[in-house]
Each structure stands twice: as structure tokens, then as C-alpha cells.
Design a protein. Structure first.
Length: 168
């Protein structure tokens, strides 16, 4: 499903399991948050074509789980950012070095060591840290931590947002 969140933000959700993908048009650039699972490759391409998006300049990965990162190969000439606590790949640039002043990157470990959220105006892109209805991401995975998740949720309580855009 393709849903317009704001004039410059779209949510792309899929029939098969995988994360939501968010497209943000900002300062003449097309930015994706996450890329979903490989089962959604064709649907992702179709949605971008339907939105008349020919090029993605930046991808931000909320964390390193397969259901969020498996379509990077669709975008060979893109700058990819993620937390170095999750990504050791040289192709993934350190999220701390992203130059988008409109975005506030919030480190939210718990679901994974390198989980992040992105605050943009009154919108919070929360990855798998928090979902609708106060549901939180899993903390029973090898790189998860219940203590870190609790601290991250406390941090998010201080963020003033009206629209939640979760990973699932």
C-alpha cells in the first residue's frame, strides 16, 4: 500500500513480510528510510515508479535486520547511512556524519545495538524501536537488550511528535 503521510512523505508497505519503507522528498533529494525484505523488491520498484521516482540519493537504515536492508542492491549509486554499532560495511556511512539539518538522529539501542530513530518536524520514524499502540520492538534477539530498550523509550518520551512512522 502506498500512503501519503505529508506533502513530501510517503509510506510504502507491502504484501509480503518486511519493513515499511518511507520516501521523503527534501531539498531536491529523494531519501528512503529502510528498504524492506527481498520478497518486496518488485513491489518497492513498482511503488517508486508509480511515484515517478527515478533516483534515490540517500538511504537511512534504522538497524541491521534482514527485513529492513535487503533491497540495497536496487540502488547502486546511493549514499547509505546507518549506525556503526550495527554496520561494519564500508559502504554504510556513519549516521553521525549525515548532513541533513532537518533530521535529528536519535540513538535508540534495545531492538539492536545500533537502532536509531529519526525525528523530522512533527514526524518520528521509529524503525523497530516503537510501533503503534505502545508496542515495542523485540528484545529477545542476540543483539537486543531490555535495559537499553527501556532507556531508549524514556528518551523517546521527550521527543515531541504527532505522527509515528514505525518499521512495521
Amino acid at each position: 500500500m502506498l500512503q501519503k503521510i505529508k506533502p513530501n512523505i510517503w509510506q510504502l508497505s507491502f504484501k509480503e513480510f518486511g519493513s515499511n519503507v518511507y520516501l521523503i522528498k527534501l531539498n531536491g533529494k529523494n531519501i528512503l528510510i529502510d528498504t524492506s525484505s527481498s520478497a518486496n523488491k518488485k513491489e518497492l520498484k513498482d511503488y517508486l515508479e508509480k511515484l515517478n521516482i527515478n533516483k534515490i540519493e540517500i538511504i537511512i537504515l534504522t538497524h541491521y535486520h534482514w527485513d529492513h536492508v535487503k533491497n540495497l542492491d536496487l540502488f547502486p549509486d546511493v549514499k547509505i547511512y546507518g549506525s556503526k554499532k550495527d554496520f561494519n560495511d564500508e559502504k554504510i556511512k556513519d549516521i553521525k556524519k549525515i548532513d541533513i539539518p532537518e533530521f535529528k538522529i536519535i540513538e535508540t539501542p534495545g531492538h539492536s545495538k545500533g537502532s536509531i530513530c529519526i525525528s523530522y518536524g512533527d514526524v518520528l520514524f521509529s524503525g523497530d524501536t516503537i510501533f503503534h499502540n505502545k508496542i515495542i520492538g523485540r528484545t529477545d534477539l542476540p543483539s537486543s537488550s531490555k535495559t537499553d530498550m527501556k532507556n531508549s523509550l524514556e528518551k523517546l518520551k521527550k521527543i515531541n511528535f504527532k505522527i509515528l512512522c514505525p518499521g512495521h
